[in-house]
Ligand binder design. Structure first.
Ligand code: S3P
Length: 168
């Protein structure tokens, strides 16, 4: 059960629906919404792909960790995150301590299908299916610390939001 006032943090691999679910959830609950990637872009004036090119993945992870800290210090409502936020143990600790964390999952096929049509995901350049399979393998278990987990495969956004709201 989430304590009132604790931010609701959505984590999950790319393509598990964090952004769409976050928007619908914030609307349903009348809460504010912050997305760490959009916040990074707003602060730097650059797109995620540009940042990867200019400062590399580690530089991006530094920015991401800094932004997560700032966002969580501002007692937000719903926070959506980039799929790699869980790669830094200090981010995991901070999210677990300050928020109520919901992990979204989806099957590999569903993730590939959802991501095939998108752009500006530097880690997926090249063969999307191969890149997804490899990253899923590398990140296995990293999202499982969440307080609550939802498999979004085959669910509508409203159904995912219902599942989360039932647990609040
Ligand atoms: C990343 C996920 C992306 C974005 C960046 C890196 C990752 O966010 O932060 O491209 O490492 O999984 P989404 O999960 O919103 O696609």
């Amino acid at each position: 059960m989430r304590q009132e006032k604790k931010p609701l943090i959505l984590i999950g691999f790319m393509g598990t629906g964090k952004t769409t679910t976050g928007k619908a959830l914030a609307r349903r609950l009348g809460l504010s919404l912050v997305d760490t990637d959009r916040e990074i872009e707003r602060k730097t004036g650059k797109r995620i792909s540009e940042l990867f090119r200019e400062v590399g993945e580690e530089g991006f992870r530094d920015l991401e960790s800094r932004v997560l800290k700032q966002v969580l210090a501002e007692t937000p409502g719903v926070v959506t995150t980039g799929g790699g936020i869980v790669l830094r143990p200090e981010n995991v600790r901070l999210m677990k301590e300050t928020g109520w964390v919901v992990a979204l999952y989806a099957s590999e096929d569903e993730i590939v299908r959802r991501l095939a049509a998108t752009s500006d995901r530097p880690l997926l350049e090249g063969d999307v299916r191969q890149r997804v399979a490899r990253l899923l393998r590398e990140r296995r278990g990293l999202y499982d610390f969440a307080h609550f987990r939802v498999d979004t495969t085959g669910l509508t956004v409203a159904e995912v939001v219902d599942q989360i709201c039932r647990r609040l």
